[in-house]
Design a protein around this ligand. Structure first.
Ligand SMILES: Nc1nc2c(ncn2[C@@H]2O[C@H](COP(=O)(O)OP(=O)(O)OP(=O)(O)O)[C@@H](O)[C@H]2O)c(=O)[nH]1
Ligand SMILES: [Mg+2]
Length: 346
């Protein structure tokens, strides 16, 4: 296979260059945004596209996915390029846009289809929604105690999200909520949670060792929901993850929500999902959606790693307001809105 890398001001220009130099049978292997200039400073953003051209002997002709695929409708091709411009990788952009086209055709059951970006966008939402699992929010019942832990890397918003959840359950659903922290590494971490407990008048316990857990849970009293805050862990330190697993097992947790920041790269998100697998997360919380319009990376990592269903999304620092239950439409909407603000494909 011949492989070449092209840089251009935008994806359209790069694709045109690839077509003219390698022909319509070239396949896009990889795209990324790069900056020229010294160490990326003071430079312009450019698109770097790596394209390949297979030899005749590489694989049968009918398996090729040529760049100028006639199989896709022109508008579908535009949608695919929009998705790639906001960071969706080539394979996923192709799969999503193809399925959006197929869904649109199926909707019309053999009738003539009016292809347009809005029509394709609305079927794309359904395609992505089917890929991205969303789960129910925490279920509490008066009189039945639910124990829920939030785990994840440092600084992703675990404690803030616990405060939002506690306020929502206490103030809106009139549930009795208790807080418990096993984050005893930093005094400030305990104080941070204690401040919320005091403002909301909630019982709180601090647990250092697994053998203290059951006693501390009892001391929280007759609560409907226990929210457990944990120390941020690097997914690379298996021993720390194991300590966490043992503490959560001692609490007999009903649900473990893995907290991820929407601002993380696909590779970092994948590392977190894999590193935290031993604690067997039952749900995923995506935070800091207000800080980024680029949700492609995190969406691809969630789908690619079959992450536990999305339970909540958080959208700012304000306690208790900036939290919503997980719904994929918001994430897809963000993705499409970002792609709409970029120059339209020719
Ligand atoms: N923009 C934005 N900031 C958030 C959001 N959630 C939390 N934060 C901020 O992120 C920072 C870290 O939040 P914490 O709740 O302390 O994070 P943590 O995961 O408990 O951190 P460690 O306990 O140190 O691991 C704080 O400044 C929060 O206000 C969010 O949805 N959007
Ligand atoms: Mg914390």
């Amino acid at each position: 296979m011949h492989i070449r890398t092209f840089r251009a001001a935008n994806l359209q220009a790069a694709l045109a260059e690839i077509r003219s130099q390698m022909g319509a049978q070239a396949t896009v292997l990889h795209t990324r945004q790069v900056r020229d200039g010294w160490m990326g400073w003071l430079g312009r953003t450019q698109v770097e596209v790596t394209a390949g051209l297979r030899e005749h002997s590489d694989r049968p002709h009918h398996q090729r996915m040529p760049l100028g695929d006639n199989a896709l409708h022109r508008e579908t091709e535009v949608l695919r390029e929009r998705l790639m411009r906001v960071g969706v990788d080539d394979a996923l952009a192709r799969r999503w846009s193809q399925r959006a086209e197929q869904t649109l055709r199926a909707d019309h059951g053999g009738q003539t289809v009016a292809f347009s970006q809005p029509a394709l966008e609305s079927t794309l939402r359904r395609v992505v929604v089917a890929d991205l699992r969303c789960g129910p929010p925490i279920h509490t019942a008066a009189g039945g105690r639910r124990v829920v832990a939030l785990v994840g890397p440092t600084g992703v918003g675990k404690t803030t999200t616990i405060a939002k959840l506690a306020a929502g359950f206490r103030l809106q659903q009139q549930r009795r909520v208790g807080l418990l922290t096993i984050d005893t590494y930093r005094i400030a971490a305990v104080q941070q949670l204690r401040a919320y407990a005091e403002i909301m008048d909630l019982p709180m316990q601090v647990v250092e060792r697994p053998e203290q857990m059951q006693d501390s849970l009892r001391q929280l009293g007759d609560v409907d929901l226990v929210l457990i805050d944990t120390a941020g862990r690097s997914p690379n330190f298996g021993a720390r993850i194991e300590q966490l697993r043992v503490l959560l097992a001692a609490a007999n947790v009903d649900e473990t929500h893995l907290v991820l920041s929407a601002t993380s790269s696909a590779a970092a998100t994948t590392r977190v999902l894999q590193g935290f697998a031993p604690v067997q997360p039952t749900a995923t919380i995506l935070t800091k959606l207000d800080e980024t319009e680029q949700t492609a990376d995190v969406l691809a990592a969630l789908i690619g790693n079959s992450a536990a269903p999305l339970s909540y999304l958080t959208t700012g620092q304000q306690v208790p307001d900036d939290i919503e239950t997980g719904h994929p439409e918001r994430l897809v909407g963000t993705l499409l809105a970002a792609s709409a603000t970029l120059p339209a494909a020719a």
